[in-house]
Design a protein around this ligand. Structure first.
Ligand code: HEM
Ligand SMILES: *[C@@H]1O[C@H](CO)[C@@H](O)[C@H](O)[C@H]1NC(C)=O
Ligand SMILES: *[C@@H]1O[C@H](CO)[C@@H](O)[C@H](O)[C@H]1NC(C)=O
Ligand SMILES: *[C@@H]1O[C@H](CO)[C@@H](O)[C@H](O)[C@H]1NC(C)=O
Ligand SMILES: *[C@@H]1O[C@H](CO)[C@@H](O)[C@H](O)[C@H]1NC(C)=O
Length: 328
């Protein structure tokens, strides 16, 4: 009896210490919500399943939202903020037309989480969980996601310029921007594999079809039959809303076919194809094209590193109630 009480006493001390340490947490952990919202991952998973079964666009849209959030001012859900003045992060020209279904996936997930654990789970963490889930639900790897992020207090379109990669970047420019974000060349090549799902507007690559160089209107690294198909899909002066699959072979499946496409000259963006044509990144592309498990492992590792960028923890920032607005 006495022993039980003493053991119970120690348990309380251990719990209190854990809470004190937890408050001063300076990094992310997998079980962050194990006592405050133990079912958070299952709730988000169900909300993501609901959304992606309504529209498969939610898969690429959510994944890209996570990437853009993390590269601009860290993974703090600043990209979710809606501004009546149209000057929040999501309104930057560089948002490259982020699809509304990504935003909606996070909004719906947050609502489902709030109804069970109000005021506890950050939008930044929900975005990280949802990005992991859309990858898995479309056929990609499953991995444990680190949690404990808090939501940012700043969202400004003026902070976006220069932070996101452009489709005409060469390998050095890609490497430089990713390494500024603690992501090495292998991480960069693996994360580019996200282009195994989703779309691009014609104007992001039409220079490769019509005005590549003074000697050739067509980018010679494009597979000729693919180039013809793209010219048909994206005629000059095409309606700017027209989009093309980033992966022409398995556009809705998260797989390593993206890398097989690069080998066959079917990388849609110049920044995709350069990963194959540049000798420095070529061996990794060949490896990922031939070994799906190498790609899966590298992608999971890189997503976890991406999710650590510039995070707010402990008492920094806030836990937003509505992901699209700062708490009043
Ligand atoms: C390596 C440098 C990268 C460049 C230059 C780049 C550029 C682009 C461009 C131009 C588009 C088409 C946008 C449009 O026309 O609407 C796009 C789409 C997309 N990007 Fe990237 N991206 C890069 C890396 C990434 C990374 C790291 C991820 C995520 C981990 C990602 C995820 C996506 C997804 C999922 C789409 C499709 C979006 C949709 O269908 O709604 N991209 N990207
Ligand atoms: C998912 O959809 C089902 C059926 O419409 C609904 O009952 C459930 O509440 C939804 N769950 C979440 C987490 O959105
Ligand atoms: C992206 O920015 C453009 C302005 O550059 C804006 O018209 C568009 O609504 C924005 N997209 C989203 C999803 O906020
Ligand atoms: C965004 O930044 C610009 C330039 O620093 C500033 O003038 C503007 O007030 C900011 N907007 C918001 C909503 O913070
Ligand atoms: C170009 O695409 C065609 C049709 O998919 C394919 O058969 C061919 O092997 C590709 N060419 C190269 C050089 O990979």
């Amino acid at each position: 009896m006495e022993k039980e009480v003493r053991r119970g006493g120690w348990w309380v001390v251990v719990m209190v210490m854990a809470m004190v340490i937890g408050r001063g947490e300076t990094h992310l952990v997998q079980n962050f919500y194990s006592s405050s919202c133990p079912n958070v991952e299952a709730i988000v998973r169900q909300a993501v399943i609901n959304k992606t079964s309504q529209t498969t666009i939610a898969v690429p849209a959510t994944l890209r939202l996570f990437f853009h959030d993390c590269f601009v001012q860290g993974c703090d859900a600043s990209i979710m903020i809606a501004s009546p003045n149209g000057d929040a992060e999501k309104d930057a020209p560089d948002n490259l037309s982020l699809a509304g279904d990504g935003f909606d996936t996070i909004i719906k997930s947050k609502q489902a989480v709030e109804s069970v654990c109000p005021g506890v789970v950050s939008c930044a963490d929900i975005l990280a969980i949802a990005a992991r889930d859309v990858v898995f639900l479309s056929g990609g790897p499953s991995f444990s996601v680190e949690l404990g992020r808090r939501d940012g207090l700043v969202s400004n379109a003026s902070l976006v310029a220069g932070q996101l990669p452009q489709p005409n970047f060469n390998l050095n420019q890609l490497k430089q921007l990713f390494s500024k974000n603690n992501l090495n060349q292998i991480d960069m090549i693996a994360l580019s594999g996200a282009h195994t799902v989703g779309f691009s507007h014609c104007n992001r690559f039409s220079n490769r079809l019509y005005s590549f160089s003074s000697s050739s209107s067509l980018d010679p690294s494009l597979n000729t039959s693919y180039a013809q198909q793209l010219r048909a899909d994206c005629p000059q002066n095409v309606d700017p809303s027209i989009v093309v699959n980033l992966d022409p072979v398995t556009p809705q499946t998260f797989d390593n076919v993206y890398y097989q496409n690069l080998v066959a000259g079917k990388g849609l963006l110049s920044s995709d194809e350069v990963l194959f044509t540049d000798p420095s990144s070529n061996p990794t592309v060949i490896d990922f094209a031939n070994n799906p498990s190498d790609f899966s492992a590298a992608f999971a590792t890189a997503m976890i590193k991406l999710g650590r960028l510039g995070v707010l923890v402990g008492s920094q920032g806030q836990i937003r109630t509505d992901c699209t607005a700062f708490n009043s």
